[in-house]
Design a binder for this molecule. Sequence first.
Ligand code: NAD
Length: 479
Amino acid sequence: MTREYPDTRLFIAGDWRDASDGSTLEVRNPATEAVIGSVACASANDLEEAAQAAQAGFEIWRKTSPLERSAVMRKAADILRQRVDTIARLMTLEQGKPLEQSKIEIRAASDIIDWFAEEGRRTYGQVIPARNPNVTQLAIKHPIGPVAAFTPWNFPINQAVRKLSAALAAGCSIVVKAPEETPASPSELIRAFQDAGIPEGVVGLVYGVPSEISEYLIAHPVIRKISFTGSTPVGKLLASLSGKHMKPATMELGGHAPVLVAPDADLDRAITQIVPHKFRNAGQVCVSPTRFLVHDEVFDPFVNRFVEAAEKITVGDGLDPDSDMGPLANERRIPVIEELLQDAVEQGAKIETGGKRVGNNGWFFEPTVVTNAPASSRIMNEEPFGPVAIINRYPDLDSMITEANRLDYGLASYAYTTSQSTTHRFVHEVAAGMMSINHLGLALPELPFGGIRDSGYGTEGGSDAIQPYLDTHFATIHA
Ligand code: NAD
């Protein structure tokens, strides 16, 4: 009998293999807590082989023309699309999100690959006019070298695909350390590239003890570029390690996204869009709207309508077509969210709906709405990374903007207003890498995607996203 969920292996030098010491970790279904499979846990020997394979792969891929690279990438995107139903099921089994959300993630990943496949054909340099007519001056873009990428469990494919696509489009090889909690779907992403004919060693995939892998690969002389998505504390650690080894890094870290709701906001539109967006993937999204900063004039109707919409959300196993929201992906998040809520209530906040774990089998948590959490409460400062919306009242636009900018985070932000002058203020005064006003428009392949301040640096979308994978080589030539 074939099992519904496979054991995941390492992919090194074009070969799927177990860890050299046979070590594995268990994988659980967050909706049932049942062990559904295992993932190979790389040893130092495996990591060494992965790094050496990446070097060999780089020598091949850097000399492959951008046109050929693009063809392989587009083929991988097509393969992924053809396999969307099978891979989505694996993703829901290991991560918990509703099946339809898994399918959307995989289709979006294919679009990202296609977009970077094209963009890789436009890594233009410059011809710089010379002072001497006999001199030609060229600034040429070369791939930076083998990349080490570290990706988290909330979007098992999409967090990996942005790094993978940008690196491959630029001509780099890459070793991905994908999430141990959700290993099977990212391994299908890598398999799509294998089946599309990517040369041996150009992509590698490892799992294991995150700190051991990052320490090994970031320090490794073969690796020339680091990219990490995850929490701010881990990001700071890996950024300092990268700096120690003089390796450029892209850091996509946490956020605590403000949503500014002005007195002239279209509340119908705001509620219809932002409530499902808040509870998408059970709130385990770096750009999840979290602090709702609502003007006094619309506070009461906004809260009432938000609560009403939140209470209509059906929580359940992501494989059940009636589920709007699945479980949390990790059991460890439940006590963290409970503590944050308890602290907020002790400081005077009110839980309008939700606030508790659902049942005792599976890591489900109720869609939760909290009001009047003081700025001193932990939840107003720490990322809940779960299905919790905090809605607070503000007397004017100035105090809303001040609160939006109070934290060191600066990833996503949202706003609802029908006023042109308020829009102008929000765009220019809110400190965030991204702002979406009156609609949900973030994260398309062609758009910049990244944070500022403690939310990290570098962009993983748009035409700038390839640049960190390229070096500039200057040549001046006398005739
Ligand atoms: P965590 O800080 O333990 O881990 C976050 C991620 O970093 C995980 O994928 C983990 O495997 C990885 N990691 C941890 N230590 C590492 C190391 N030394 N080297 C390399 N990788 C390492 O937190 P968690 O409980 O897994 O997730 C909760 C927090 O993580 C949230 O508060 C959120 O800020 C953050 N997170 C952010 C994103 C994002 O999209 N930016 C995604 C997932 C998690």
